[in-house]
Ligand binder design. Structure first.
Ligand code: S3P
Length: 168
């Protein structure tokens, strides 16, 4: 079984992913890390040197490569992964897609501490962060909403996630 965790930056995909994988007895992949390993460059460097458009092409390539070579895993995707290049459709055909969706307030609180690590946030001033999240979430929601399952809580009940996955 392939489980893809999607959601906005700061939603907790990389936090919950390994825990869910352990509980399900599956391998865990972090797509951002896999991209960094495959290119020998950080996400930051890829954005800075090649731009977002090229990053999205690489992201798609690594998503497909991991999916084609592994049948069972939990993968934490990047916040933008489902929103580009038909990735969402591809993931839905290949496995189960789970949206982790804490409130924008929670995202703002978390991301205000982690702005430097995220290329999309580097030019966003602290005072503009909440507005930025609101606007980007409004664009991305269309994609996120198509997930098989959605969890709105800040703390995820992993047993409930696994149980729900069996039924979608
Ligand atoms: C992005 C989210 C990041 C990373 C890249 C772009 C986005 O992943 O893929 O910086 O477009 O939302 P996280 O969601 O793990 O921060």
């Amino acid at each position: 079984m392939r489980i893809y965790l999607i959601g906005f930056m700061g939603a907790g995909k990389s936090y919950w992913g390994p825990r869910l994988a352990q509980m399900a007895g599956l391998r865990f992949y972090d797509l951002d890390l896999a991209i960094e390993e495959s290119r020998g460059q950080s996400i930051d460097q890829l954005f800075a040197l090649q731009g977002e458009e090229s990053f999205r092409v690489i992201e798609k390539e690594v998503l497909h490569l991991l999916t084609e070579t592994h049948e069972h895993f939990v993968m934490a995707c990047g916040g933008g992964t489902p929103c580009f290049l038909n990735n969402l459709e591809y993931m839905k055909r290949s496995g189960k897609v789970v949206w982790i969706n804490p409130t924008n307030e929670v995202l703002t609180r978390r991301l205000s501490k982690e702005r430097d690590e995220r290329p999309l946030l580097q030019s966003v001033a602290e005072s503009e962060l909440a507005g930025f999240i609101q606007k980007k979430m409004a664009d991305r929601r269309l994609y996120y909403e198509q997930a098989h399952l959605r969890f709105d809580q800040e703390t995820i009940d992993l047993t409930a996630v696994l149980k729900a996955i069996q039924h979608v």
